[in-house]
Ligand binder design. Sequence first.
Ligand code: CA
Length: 250
Amino acid sequence: MSRILIVEDEAHLAQGLRFNLEAEGHEVRVIGDGAEALVHLLASPGAHDLIVLDVMLPGRDGFDVVGELRRAGEFVPVLMLTARSRPEDVLLGFEAGADDYLPKPFELSILLARVRGLLRRHQWMRQAVEAFGADAAVLVPPDTEAEHEPVVFDGKTLDPKALELRVGTMRHHLTVMECELLRYLMRHAGTAVSRKAILEDVWDLHEDTDTRAIDNFIVRLRRYIETDPANPKHLLTVRGVGYKFVAEPD
Ligand code: CA
């Protein structure tokens, strides 16, 4: 069982989501106002395993809510609901610190799959296995445990279980998708991977997504792992292709 907060002002949609997420065994709370949601979230850190966050809200909009949360050091996974008519919302959402997004209107089955994806990527995998039973065994690849072991490169440590990147005495907290992206690039170290491949493999997005969404994540990761983010040695841009991770630069 996971604890999910739905921040959505369309009561009908919110209740439909609550009903279906509860049917999957989750504990669900609904708040219909952005400002109220933010007050609640900041007052109860760690109280939720996932947030489904609408963009257009009374009080504060979804970008404000996720941005404030990240600034406050809250790294709970956030699935953002955006308007299909505003593709720029996807970029703004990722920039503000969202982990995944879904354009409205969406198929319920797709939302539930995205929720499962974000939850299973997080450290609460055991709860997810309890909630989904045998299904989870199919969803979780057998090598997942090994994939969650800390990885050391160039004197830095990525600890996926703690969602933490340790550089010297500095500890940087990562969001789930920052961590997933970095692990993906590390698995393909020395090879250029395209933005499209990243969106498909890391986010499981096959729609026509603006691939610049990735660039915001790279900018954030460079701030953590590069001595000089403007002159990167680990996360290189490969012109016309995408990005390449170099573990031990010369
Ligand atoms: Ca709304």
